[in-house]
Design a binder for this molecule. Structure first.
Ligand code: NAP
Length: 287
């Protein structure tokens, strides 16, 4: 049996970051020494969200971007968050805005996401950006699915005419990824909590995506031998959404957990921010 190909997101993310550094240097030069910033907004004290924001800040530092951190208390209102977004929209040194999901329950997250101006929507969370991406027009796609697509493309995973089954339909992951796969000419099935006979559908997949948020939810015996597994999940103890220990044995290729999808999300967000700065400053994009 041939060995499964590891879709190493960590290695690709590192090489993407290395290629971004000189691009950031050019931006800084064009701005007379002023470093461009990615703004992050953290609302509340959820430790996982705080960790994700910190990791994004560290990635900014690695490539030479500033990270402009906005923190609001657990009790923040939608109006307060909208005011913070308005400030960042108007701030010329901010080129991208990341509103960390999930915001506390009292916040109307959809309204807040949609307040981000399109040019700074580097995490692809606005309805407008989503619609443009779906229609194949220029927009920054949602960072996690866009990172997955970059990883698949890098490894020349053939998607044309292949059956991709995406398990999960969240606005930030499953739904945009399904549309990106469709735009790449895969035949796409989207599954969710009300899907009937999920194992039967997953067994048909040439490419299966775990975006469920439940550890090892997709079982190894659902996976067709020779298929490609993309596991977006990450849970305490290192499990993903797919039972990878078993499933990877017969897969043609798989994303490891950790070191697959996660690092690609961050690298993609940073790459989108650099691209946003180049676009606004009229620098010929190197991407
Ligand atoms: P989410 O918003 O909770 O969405 C979960 C999706 O799974 C929903 O669409 C839900 O269906 C579906 N689902 C739940 N139970 C199901 C079941 N029994 N059968 C079939 N579908 C079911 O989660 P998310 O934010 O998309 O995240 C999904 C996973 O990706 C999580 O493990 C998360 O940690 C990971 N993630 C990773 C990154 C990264 O950068 N590595 C980024 C984002 C997310 P309904 O729509 O019907 O409720």
């Amino acid at each position: 049996m041939t060995e499964s190909l590891v879709l190493d997101g960590k290695a690709l993310a590192q090489s993407i970051e290395a290629s971004l550094k000189p691009r950031v240097d050019r931006i800084v030069e064009k701005c007379n020494g002023q470093r461009p910033a990615l703004a992050t907004i953290l609302v509340g004290s959820d430790p996982a969200s705080a960790t994700y924001v910190r990791m994004k800040g560290n990635a900014c530092a690695r490539v030479g971007l500033l990270s402009h951190k906005v923190e609001l208390p657990d009790s923040a209102t939608t109006q307060q968050l909208l005011a913070a977004i308005d400030d960042l929209n108007a701030n010329a040194s901010v080129y991208g805005i990341l509103l960390q999901h999930p915001a506390p329950k009292q916040i109307d997250e959809r309204v807040c996401f949609d307040r981000i101006v399109l040019e700074k929507d580097v995490d692809g969370v606005t309805c407008l950006g989503f619609g443009r991406m779906a229609m194949g027009q220029s927009a920054y796609g949602s960072a996690t699915p866009a990172g997955i697509m970059t990883l698949l493309k890098h490894h020349r995973i053939d998607l044309v005419g292949r059956h991709a089954v995406v398990v999960g339909r969240s606005p930030i992951l499953g739904k945009p990824l399904a549309l990106m796969l469709l735009n790449a000419h895969a035949t796409v099935t989207m599954c969710h909590s009300r899907t009937r006979d999920l194992p039967r559908i997953v067994r048909q997949a040439d490419v299966v995506v775990g975006a469920v948020g439940k550890p090892r939810f997709i079982r190894a015996d659902w996976i067709k031998p020779g298929s490609v597994i993309v596991d977006a999940g990450y849970h305490p103890g290192g499990a993903g959404d797919v039972d990878l220990d078993q499933a990877r044995v017969t897969a043609a290729a798989y994303t490891p957990v950790p070191g697959g999808v996660g690092p690609m999300t961050i690298a993609t967000l940073i790459a989108h921010t650099v691209e946003a700065a180049e676009t606004r400053l009229g620098i010929q994009s190197a991407s």
